[in-house]
Design a protein around this ligand. Structure first.
Ligand code: DX5
Ligand code: ZN
Length: 221
């Protein structure tokens, strides 16, 4: 069964601990934290202080998605703050192999993310060194955008490549526009972790929203 990572980008930060607990009560498996620098993406969000606050609020794995230029400058701060998974963008890392090794040496699980326009084939030589590939299913920068259906062909190509290359332990995460309508197709394409922000935090009951996502996965596509 695919895992659900609740993205706090759409949470109410004045009640962050409470909202993380509500997503956990609904069955969220991971907490996803979106770090944006206003350069790599046109938005600014949070840094290590908020990762540390999330760390105090839950024992769930913290999945930190760095949408920042030169992420290698901040890896140790994010790991010290409590990141379990640390994902950098392929497009932001000219020395991706070194960056991924640094994440592992710091004691976190390394991931690499791809923007919608970046082919999954660019990752072929780094796959043996990462534990997760994050396929963006919107252009990164904001919550609440529409899912890009064509991005699932990338998920599918990646899933097939992982199976062929005996790299089946690598997680395939999708991020952007995931809700009970889009989640089943993402899982059918090969996604093993679903990030959801607005579908979890933006309306109604947070635990019920997580449960609705989980229920949607039982539906045949
Ligand atoms: C977007 C972020 C996402 C964001 C997804 O750049 O990486 O994690 O929270 O938000 P939704 O689920 O609302 O599309
Ligand atoms: Zn994200």
């Amino acid at each position: 069964m695919a895992r659900i990572a609740a993205s706090i980008l759409s949470a109410d930060f004045s009640r962050l601990a409470e909202q993380i607990a509500a997503s956990e009560a609904g069955g969220a498996d991971w907490i996803h934290v979106d770090v944006m620098d206003g350069h790599f993406v046109p938005n600014i969000t949070v840094g290590p202080l908020v990762v540390a606050a999330a760390r105090r609020a839950t024992k769930l794995p913290l999945d930190v998605h760095l949408m920042i230029e030169k992420p290698e400058r901040y890896l140790s701060q994010f790991v010290t703050a409590g990141a379990d998974w640390l994902t950098v963008h392929q497009e932001a890392c000219p020395h991706l192999h070194r960056t991924v090794q640094q994440i592992r040496e710091l004691g976190a699980r390394p991931g690499v993310a791809l923007n919608p326009a970046t082919p999954v084939e660019t990752l072929m030589d780094i796959l043996p060194f990462v534990d997760l590939v994050l396929v963006m299913t919107v252009n990164p920068g904001f919550g609440g955008q529409s899912f890009i259906p064509d991005s699932l062909s990338k998920v599918n190509r990646l899933a097939r490549r992982l199976a062929e290359g005996r790299l089946a332990g690598i997680e395939i995460e999708v991020d952007g526009g995931i809700d009970p309508d889009t989640a089943p197709a993402a899982v059918a394409a090969g996604a093993t972790v679903l990030v959801a922000g607005s579908a979890v935090f933006s309306h109604g009951s947070i635990p019920d929203n997580v449960r609705a996502l989980r229920r949607s996965l039982a539906v045949e596509v």
